[in-house]
Design a protein around this ligand. Sequence first.
Ligand code: SF4
Length: 186
Amino acid sequence: MAGGGWLARWPVIRQLRGQDGRGAAARSARTDALRPRVEEADSVARSVCPYCAVGCGQLVYVKDGAVTQIEGDPDSPISRGRLCPKGSASKQLVTHAGRQTTVLYRRPYGTEWEPLDLGTAMDMIADRVARTRRDTWQQEYEGKVVRRTLGIAGLGGATLDNEENYLMKKLYTALGAVQVENQARI
Ligand code: SF4
């Protein structure tokens, strides 16, 4: 077997010859040419993953004013550089081509989604909230004044930020809803 032939360069052969399988034996011209995907970023911002209550630290890489990559923050005492699959994919929250950016409506007993303009959708939601609140209002319960509705509940999504959650809690409490929860706490 020729020492400098292609077979000799095969990692298995190099490992059998005693080279460290995690080091030089596992390298190739192609792996040596690979560059970190964050190398060309011109700034990096620290953030916190919004998806759940763990609150893993994130590094948000930016180039030309656009987010190019989000990775775990090694300095985070919570996550020490790690992100779960959801956190690792959080860049797609704003960049994924499959994001739904317009209103879709599926009417009762409907089998298909229909496009709807935002103004119409907001009016429909407001009508339903007002009607449900009126129809389910409880002034008293078991002799106590409660002034509430159990007909409306709020369930926030994990990507809501602090300020959005604050406003949602204010809104639901003002409406008399007492069932207010967030996915991040479940
Ligand atoms: S969703 Fe994953 S990455 Fe994000 S905070 Fe929770 S555990 Fe961490």
